[in-house]
Design a protein around this ligand. Structure first.
Ligand SMILES: O=C(O)C(O)[C@@H](O)[C@H](O)[C@H](O)COP(=O)(O)O
Length: 233
């Protein structure tokens, strides 16, 4: 199915992108706080969000009323250099944003399946829907932990899923992962795809043009509002 075409936001530099995206997300959080008394944000890990995290962490707003979670996580504790929780805490939950509440996806468990159940129950108590979901994208067209070679990708991408968090096994992912499901992500008030560099631009343009959708295309197509692509060279 072809969904609503995404909206492109292009910047000359990665710093300019980070500043603009931080302003937009801060405004979404302020609006949510004034409308419902709290705000709920999901962010990505990986190497791209660093500048955005630094800019957002300095935005003045009532961070004590904000809950931050992750769009996906590696099944590793926070002591691991691969932990997205540790990345978000070290870079986003700083400065003004240190007052925010953080809701992790990783929970100690023997298997990623058990860990996903624990995260699913914990996250069910949070104020859904998300006000904003900030996604990244890999060069293979994955977003969150929707890897093209993930086992049961159709279950992770099921628009009718009643799960919030699912375990992911994919050869290309490195370790097992935890991901928010498609409906948990695309029902966010604002869905952003933050990508940088010519290569990722080529990947997303090819995904939007192709008949056979990559996971990033499925997410864009299933979003009830136009996804916002933020890109800088
Ligand atoms: O934990 C992760 O790795 C992610 O959340 C993932 O979906 C990421 O956004 C992309 O892989 C892009 O990663 P880079 O920003 O490192 O290119």
């Amino acid at each position: 199915m072809a969904g609503i075409a995404p909206h492109w936001n292009e910047f000359e530099t990665r710093d300019a992108l980070a500043a603009s995206l931080a302003d937009v997300v801060a405004e979404v959080l302020r609006t949510a706080i004034s409308r419902r008394g709290e705000a709920f944000l999901a962010v990505s890990g990986g190497s791209t969000p660093g500048r955005f995290f630094a800019a957002l962490s300095r935005e003045e707003l009532d961070w004590g009323k904000v809950t931050v979670t992750l769009v996906d996580e590696r099944f590793v504790p926070e002591t691991s250099s691969r932990s997205n929780a540790s990345l978000a805490k070290a870079n986003l939950l700083q400065n003004a944003a240190s007052a925010a509440r953080f809701a992790p996806l990783f929970h100690e468990a023997t298997t990623v399946e058990d860990g996903a159940h624990l995260a699913d129950s914990a996250l069910k108590t949070l104020p859904w829907p998300l006000d904003a979901a900030i996604l990244g994208m890999g060069g293979d067209g994955h977003t969150a932990s929707f890897f093209p070679d993930a086992q049961s990708l159709d279950v992770l991408l099921d628009p009718a899923s009643t799960r919030i968090v699912m375990p992911v096994h994919a050869q290309t992912a490195g370790e097992p992962r935890l991901t928010l499901t498609l409906p948990a992500l695309v029902n966010a008030g604002l869905v952003v795809i933050h990508i940088e560099g010519a290569e990722k631009r080529n990947v997303i343009e090819a995904a939007l043009a192709a008949e056979e959708p990559l996971p990033i295309r499925t997410v864009i197509d299933r979003a009830p509002r136009a996804a916002e692509i933020y890109w800088a060279p």
